[in-house]
Design a protein around this ligand. Structure first.
Ligand SMILES: C[S@@+](CC[C@H](N)C(=O)[O-])C[C@H]1O[C@@H](n2cnc3c(N)ncnc32)[C@H](O)[C@@H]1O
Length: 240
């Protein structure tokens, strides 16, 4: 392992806002902060917004700067990437930011019913062949429903037409309320302060001229989500 990575891992241990549960603490077990994020971590009742697969945490930190009346938690499995976001939040003494290094598959162990208001999924791997790993798959939506508030919003920002169209099909099939769909954020005139936050991966896709899409929807918590009968057809034209 490189020296820089080791230095980041060591510094991660010193960040009070970075939670790094052991496998045993989240595997088929409620994490000690489940249901307690408002009270014990943020010490307020403000809405909590999650970013899944946050990488360096650009959305988490930037949204936290813009919306001090909300709390933000970025989740990723890669500690060296999370270090960047955690370091910025510590340096800026931000009290509305936390990060968790864990697998998103364990997310039901982390949050209790009604604890989360919104979820951002930013540039997730579309998992074209492994649909049960796709973060907008019905199995994941079922997990999110266990802790979203009624009317909680899921936002998807992606470079992948496959992931975007799949998620539209999934949301439509399940009768979810679609709030907004944009096929090319920067070509549409809709790139406001929030939608134009650029992540590390996003900058690379933009440099390649790939349109960035956006979708927001409200899942129906009362219904078990199902998988759409969807033909990916033309959307499997690139590796993503
Ligand atoms: C393509 S990167 C995008 C990172 C960041 N959102 C960005 O736009 O720069 C996908 C991220 O998701 C994380 N990831 C993928 N699968 C995950 C999982 N099952 N649990 C936690 N993190 C995961 C990876 O570690 C990686 O940082």
């Amino acid at each position: 392992m490189g020296k820089d990575k080791l230095r980041r891992f060591a510094e991660n241990e010193t960040f009070g806002l970075l939670y790094q549960p052991e496998f045993e603490e989240v595997f088929n077990k409620d994490y000690l902060m489940k249901g307690l994020w408002h009270k014990n971590v943020f010490k307020n009742d403000n809405p909590i917004v999650l970013e899944l697969g946050c990488g360096r945490g650009e959305y988490t930190v930037d949204m936290a700067r813009e919306f001090p009346e909300k709390n933000f938690i970025g989740i990723d499995i890669k500690g060296a990437r999370l270090w960047r976001g955690a370091k910025s939040a510590v340096e800026e003494q931000m009290h509305n930011v936390a990060f968790v290094r864990t697998r998103i598959e364990f997310i039901e162990s982390l949050f209790g019913p009604g604890e989360i208001s919104e979820i951002w999924i930013t540039f997730a791997d579309p998992q074209i062949k492994r649909d049960n790993k796709r973060l907008t798959n019905s199995r994941f939506i079922e997990r999110y429903n266990s802790f979203l508030i009624d009317g909680g919003i899921i936002h998807l920002k992606t470079d992948s037409r496959f992931l975007h169209e799949y998620t539209v099909a999934m949301a439509t099939y399940n009768g979810y309320k679609i709030l907004e769909e944009i096929k090319d954020i920067y070509g549409s005139g809709r790139a406001d302060r929030l939608l134009s936050i650029k992540t590390h991966y996003e900058k690379q896709y933009l440099a390649q001229g790939i349109p960035i899409t956006y979708l927001s929807f409200i899942p129906d918590k009362e219904k078990k989500p199902g998988e759409p009968e969807w033909d990916p057809g033309i959307y499997i034209v690139t590796p993503r």
